[in-house]
Design a protein around this ligand. Structure first.
Ligand code: ASP
Length: 337
């Protein structure tokens, strides 16, 4: 009996040793880049070009999201829906592998807020510049002040919204029936929507960086700033542990310091997906189930092993993952409600 117990125990510990040694020698998946929503596929392509050629994660996450800022996306960059007074105001943040970070908020008429955020990080003693001051800084840095004009689609969308002037978030509205928010039926109703691109990457040297850029929430109150430019809310990177970014209702991400929480959960040993899930659960705990059903929040994260994951409140969130020339694909975020 004793001998049988001994044999059982030793085979158990042998398999534990073998499993954990296997885990620790599992190759690190790098470089890797992941980003929120399906616009992430195009953004990842640009980031991947940099990563595959030995570039830094910082350059990759800047150049990657610039693709989305340049597109006539409803929710990112100057083509996006305006605030309720008819102005497009943009938020962005960037963070590198040494806790350097920069951000801009409530920025108008600048095509690439992410690059201004990077200049704030690299050229000022500050982390965040907002509004007129951010714009002045951008112009002084050589960024062009674009025309004060809505894209024709955003103009239509705004005119429709003005008919009711209702601030009415509808979750995942950009995704219903696979359309974007400028789809004709959305233009008729002028429905409220919001979206963002958040991107996190690890380069060939194993260094992490992240970026996040958005117009925030379409038809928001003038002056509203969401989570995206707030370090620890919309974006956080700790090069020892991992990186995370967020999308969805920014107010609720700020409330729980969402991405900082995700990184801390990874520090405690959770897999990125599990860490994102726990952060989503924290929102439900803070808000209650009924109110949580009315919003969407999604987190994505990577760790130093190149493991990744995403989790969201409601069905409908997806993210793009790229770690090889022929591996750039969309994954549906698992959801709780
Ligand atoms: N998180 C962004 C904000 O609240 C919007 C979004 O991701 O949809 O400003």
């Amino acid at each position: 009996m004793q001998r049988r117990k001994f044999l059982a125990l030793s085979s158990l510990s042998l398999s534990t040793i073998t499993f954990s040694s296997f885990k620790s020698i599992a190759p690190i998946r790098k470089p890797i880049v992941i980003s929120t929503w399906d616009a992430g596929i195009e953004a990842n392509k640009a980031a991947w070009q940099i990563l595959r050629n030995g570039g830094t994660a910082l350059d990759a996450v800047e150049q990657g999201v610039m693709v989305t800022e340049s597109s006539q996306n409803c929710c990112v960059g100057l083509g996006a829906n305006p605030d309720r007074d008819g102005f497009v105001t943009l938020d962005a943040s960037i963070m590198d592998h040494q806790f350097n970070c920069g951000s801009v908020a409530f920025l108008e008429r600048i095509k690439h807020p992410i690059s201004v955020a990077r200049r704030v990080m690299e050229k000022t003693p500050h982390v965040m510049l907002v509004g007129e001051g951010a714009q002045q800084f951008a112009v002084a840095e050589g960024f062009k002040l674009e025309e004060k004009k809505l894209s024709s689609e955003a103009e239509k969308s705004y005119q429709n919204w003005l008919k009711k002037s209702e601030y009415k978030p509808i979750i995942n509205i950009e995704r219903t029936k696979g359309e974007n928010a400028f789809a004709p039926n959305k233009l008729e109703t002028g429905e409220w929507n919001h979206d963002t691109i958040g991107m996190i990457a690890m380069d060939g040297n194993g260094n992490l960086s992240g970026s996040c850029t958005t117009s925030g929430a379409g038809f928001k109150m003038r002056g509203r700033v969401g989570d995206s430019p707030i370090i620890g809310a919309g974006l956080f990177v700790d090069n020892e542990i991992g990186a995370a970014t967020a999308t969805g209702q920014g107010e609720d991400v700020i409330r729980i310091c969402g991405t900082h929480l995700v990184v801390e959960l990874m520090r405690n040993g959770l897999h990125p997906e599990e860490a994102c899930k726990k952060a989503v659960e924290r929102i439900i705990k803070a808000k209650g189930i009924e109110k949580s059903k009315q919003i969407q929040v999604g987190f994505i994260a990577i760790n130093k092993q190149g493991e990744y994951g995403g989790y969201c409140l409601q069905k409908g969130f997806n993210f793009a993952v790229c770690y090889a020339d022929d591996k750039n694909f969309l994954e549906d975020g698992k959801y709780i409600l």
